[in-house]
Design a protein around this ligand. Structure first.
Ligand SMILES: Cc1cc2nc3c(=O)[nH]c(=O)nc-3n(C[C@H](O)[C@H](O)[C@H](O)COP(=O)(O)OP(=O)(O)OC[C@H]3O[C@@H](n4cnc5c(N)ncnc54)[C@H](O)[C@@H]3O)c2cc1C
Length: 500
């Protein structure tokens, strides 16, 4: 796909002094923590959504909270925008740098500071890789529940910023349910603690507001996470269905029966083909859809519910049902699912990973309409998703070398999001809004809704220096309907916000 780099809103007239900022950064940081060489900073020009690219003016690689504070304070003093970046696996261009700004890359801050098993928690630096928390806790019989498919590479700081989910979030909830506290450097370089070491601190839930704020409220420098006891028993079932209709009906029946699996994942024929080619996961041959259902908990409960799940799959047309006999087979079943995004690269030169949510009961209709959209436009769509919570990940395939193909794929991708909103769902489930979906925010939220969110943002960052251009449409009222509010905004008038 061609670079669709959005023009960053200009900071002309804001008194921004990039040269002065870099000069100050040189004084405050060790030499190896600051990169300004044009070729070297290019390494960070995009995140996991490579169709957006911007080369940052400077990159800072802090090794401590104090260095993050120095970097942010320098930006604040000189009115320079900054963006935090963890591992850069985000799929909504949330960590897309600014050409007129500083990128603060947190990946060197990867120490597990405390493992407090007695209190079932750990304190980690934000650059710690998600899976490393589980690896550290596993010998004690504990694990960190949020499990994005990128868990081998994404950072816990990125998980907090995106409120990331994963296959097991159906039962265990998203990142927000597993974070007790964060330490944050706010846009003026102040260090604040949100939340606490125990649940339910009095006062406004600022921690809740921060989680999922996509790097627009400050830079996280430490995180206290909850650890869960590893389940006594886990059983994984793989079922092949003729089509997504039968598989969808089986999901509804399982949930309606009162069973809450740890995970219910669905893949359609196109994504099965891709996964088979990539990792030879041995999914049922000829399946129009597969379901992966995982149950965990006390042994007798798992055994009972497992039989129920089997019956629901069988009763809704599954032509093959298999259970993982051991950890190796379980890993292979999950390998197909977890490698699906990357695997699609084998069957299509380019693709867009979309992320939208619908009520679970709308699954059959939405999948049918996606198939219609695909047939009408000639754009192939592979579906891989968290069926249990209605979180879709349509993969919209195209060949960027074909004239107009990228635009057609974008159109289909946008139409799928419209469909999600129409069904009472959302334009993103777990991948965030970033720079990619700002144009859809106005479809979901009214101007007043967006104003309220901006009030929260302005309370943390009145100068708009922290990851500007993300989440909120620019101009403020969304590209599609600029200028509905005339005159000076009340927040500006009250001196609370310099700009939106
Ligand atoms: C193959 C693949 C599979 C994926 N599967 C899933 C999935 O199942 N579920 C899911 O939720 N996501 C998934 N993702 C998306 C992505 O991995 C997650 O959003 C992840 O949480 C991003 O972490 P990161 O460290 O890479 O963050 P980055 O991409 O570096 O940054 C993401 C956002 O977080 C902000 N940020 C990063 N660090 C900080 C910090 N210390 N302080 C403040 N803000 C910060 C950035 O500014 C940006 O807005 C997947 C991505 C890929 C490539």
């Amino acid at each position: 796909m061609e670079s669709t780099e959005p023009a960053p809103p200009t900071r002309e007239g804001t008194g921004a002094d990039l040269d002065g900022c870099v000069e100050l950064l040189r004084k405050l940081l060790p030499e190896e923590s600051l990169i300004t060489d044009r070729q070297r900073v290019r390494t960070y020009e995009c995140d996991g959504l490579a169709s957006y690219r911007t080369v940052p003016a400077a990159v800072v690689l802090p090794e401590s909270t104090e260095q993050v504070r120095s970097a942010v304070a320098a930006c604040s003093e000189h009115g320079v925008p900054f963006v935090a970046r963890g591992s850069g696996t985000g799929l909504s261009a949330g960590a897309l740098p600014r050409a007129d700004g500083v990128l603060i890359v947190i990946s060197k801050m990867r120490r597990i500071l405390e493992l407090d098993i007695a209190n079932e928690r750990a304190v980690v630096e934000p650059g710690v890789i998600n899976l490393d928390v589980t690896k550290a806790a596993e010998p004690y019989g504990y694990y960190f529940a949020p499990d994005p498919s990128s868990q081998q590479v994404c950072s816990v700081g990125g998980n907090v910023a995106e409120n990331s989910g994963g296959a097991h979030c159906l039962k265990y909830g998203f990142t927000t349910n597993h974070v007790l506290a964060v330490q944050v450097v706010t846009a003026d370089g102040e260090l604040v603690e949100l939340g606490g070491a125990v649940h339910e601190a009095p006062g406004y839930d600022l921690l809740g507001s921060f989680i999922g704020s996509e790097g627009t409220l400050g830079v996280v420098t430490s995180i206290t996470v909850r650890l869960l006891r590893s389940p006594e028993s886990v059983r994984t079932l793989l079922a092949g269905f003729p089509s997504t209709d039968e598989a969808g009906a089986a999901v509804s029946a399982i949930i309606a029966a009162g069973v809450t699996p740890a995970a219910v994942e669905m893949m359609d024929a196109l994504s099965i083909t891709a996964a088979e080619q990539a990792v030879r996961c041995g999914y049922p041959e000829g399946a129009g859809a597969v379901l992966i259902v995982e149950l965990d908990g006390p042994h007798p409960e798992v055994e009972r519910t497992f039989t129920e799940v089997w019956q629901h799959c069988d009763g809704h047309g599954a032509f093959e049902i298999r259970t993982a006999a051991d950890e190796t087979e379980r890993a292979l079943i999950w390998k197909g699912r977890k490698s699906a995004f990357a695997a699609v690269g084998r069957i299509s030169r380019d693709y867009i990973v979309q992320d939208g949510v619908i009520p679970r009961t709308a699954l059959p209709e939405v999948l049918r309409r996606i198939a219609e959209l695909s047939a009408e436009s000639g754009v192939r769509v592979a579906n891989v998703f968290h069926a249990g919570d209605g979180n879709l990940h349509p993969l919209v395939l195209f060949d960027g070398s074909e004239p107009g193909a990228a635009e057609r794929a974008e159109e289909v991708s946008g139409a799928i999001l419209e469909l999600c909103v129409e069904q009472g769902g959302s334009i993103t489930g777990e991948h965030g809004v970033g720079a990619d979906k700002v144009r859809y925010m106005g479809r979901m939220f009214t101007a007043e809704d967006l104003d309220v969110m901006q009030c929260v943002r302005c309370a943390f960052d009145p100068g708009g220096l922290c990851n500007p251009g993300k989440v909120f449409p620019t101009p403020r009222l969304c590209g599609e309907t600029p200028g509905r509010r005339r005159g000076v905004h009340p927040l500006t008038e009250a001196g609370l916000a310099e700009q939106f």
